[in-house]
Design a protein around this ligand. Sequence first.
Ligand SMILES: [Zn+2]
Length: 255
Amino acid sequence: MASNDTPTIEVMRAHHERITRMLADPECVGELLLIGVALARHIDFNDPPATVEGSAPIKVIAEQVYGRKSVPDMLIGVGTLHDRGDSRPLRRLLDVFRLDRRRYVPEDTDRWGSVTCGRPMVRREGVCGRPASPSHIRQVTDPVSGGRQWLGACSQRACREWLADVCARNGAEGEVAPRPAANAGGVLERHLPEVDWWAVWERLDPLWSPPPEGRPFERPRLRLLSGVAEAGGVPVSVPVAGVRPSLTVLAGGWR
Ligand SMILES: [Zn+2]
């Protein structure tokens, strides 16, 4: 629809339902939510209007979300606590897209302190269960799912030998294990299936490749990035004022 059209009731209802689903998604928070709402407005209302057919004006959207000032590098609700973003609005938006790429993430090393000895007991049910010794914690591959997890042994000799044996066998199993399904990211993808996210992720992470579980949705029709120069400077278009509720950046707080 043209950007200066009054949205129909059907369009307004579809938009409302989309935003409601985003708000109900526990992973769609912080900057992901802000950017998701802004992109939804572009998709549903063509606001801000597309400057090129089928291509979203992401620089304008970035400034709608962040304003034109620099942004603190701490990312809110995106990635891990260690992830930082650029201070410039457009680059920041791209950082959020990159951190939301659908991918497999192995268990965090933060869990090391809680790994216990996994050797199965011979005369009773269960495993040894003593705290694993830091030098006897290994990452093993599930031969069925391809997922990786931490396995540890305590300092007892039998437990150490058990772990060495498991790791020796797992080396061969791991080589033929399938690529694990993604377990992180893809939040914006599930709420904004109109966007060709795979093209975005390939652009922002040269090592990214389509996950084995494939595309969850029908063929996307909207591009967010089309040229190499775009990340540096997308043509600015002026958002139109109309009957739609406007998206306003409020100065204050940590901004
Ligand atoms: Zn043990």
